[in-house]
Design a protein around this ligand. Sequence first.
Ligand SMILES: C[S@@+](CC[C@H](N)C(=O)[O-])C[C@H]1O[C@@H](n2cnc3c(N)ncnc32)[C@H](O)[C@@H]1O
Length: 284
Amino acid sequence: MGSDLKVTELSPLEQTALLTQYARALDSRWARPILGDALADDIIGKIDYDFAGLGVPASVVCQSALRAKMLDDRVRVFIAEHPDAVVVDLGAGLDTGLFRISPPATVDWYSVDLPAVIALRDRVMPVSVHGHSVAASVSDPGWPDTIPAERPAMMIADGLLAFLSEPVIIGVFRRVTEHFRSGELAFNDYGRIGWFSRIAVKLAPQRMFSAVGSQWGYAGFKDARVPESWNPRLALVEEASLAHAPEVDLFPSWIRLATKASGRFKAGARKARILRFQWPKAPA
Ligand SMILES: C[S@@+](CC[C@H](N)C(=O)[O-])C[C@H]1O[C@@H](n2cnc3c(N)ncnc32)[C@H](O)[C@@H]1O
């Protein structure tokens, strides 16, 4: 298929969806992929965009592929325990998790993103009877209104929270437990982003870093329990560092060594982590 689909109408924030999809596409081209999402590459091939000009480095390919894999693994476990689940991907972009996981017919999968991204998603994504698009900003408290509230909900957010302000993030963390009777919320997190890292991201020569750095909205938190203080109905049930995942062995050599070295220190380990919260809390 020719790459004839132009995306000039996407804002810089919305274009970050192209970046993460491209990173997963690059992973799928590697001899030893971490995620192996060939559909991501097919979708990139449908879009007319200067992907190579983003300058996505191998370290970002590794991180993007691994965090998607870690979130997929958690969704699979949840679905196995709750075959009537709804999966809700917040800031879904063009992510093809629905097709990687291929859940049973009893599961419904909702992809929430800004309207222009959802319009693109609906054009490039294969049709699935389980898949539903929600064109809404998560800053609008009405975003979950069309999603069943009574079924167990597995919420994921991959690459979204860094682009939101703290009040919007807190609003999302409160809204999920107001709307969904029970569930989990799993997302990738970078710990606390200091001023040095922010400047380094803005000054890096690759276009992808200046694009992401200009949209970065949230400095984050060190203590994984901070979201419990935003919403006492949430219980932290997992803090997993990417640096400790077995898939790090698939990283190219210098990235593997640097990742394992950073994982030996708490500060390094929390720079790339998956956090998972549950509600309602188990009785004490
Ligand atoms: C870095 S991309 C990640 C996309 C996808 N999760 C992935 O892994 O490829 C961030 C996504 O968040 C979406 N986004 C940003 N702000 C949003 C908001 N307020 N409501 C919904 N989606 C938002 C962007 O449009 C973009 O698709």
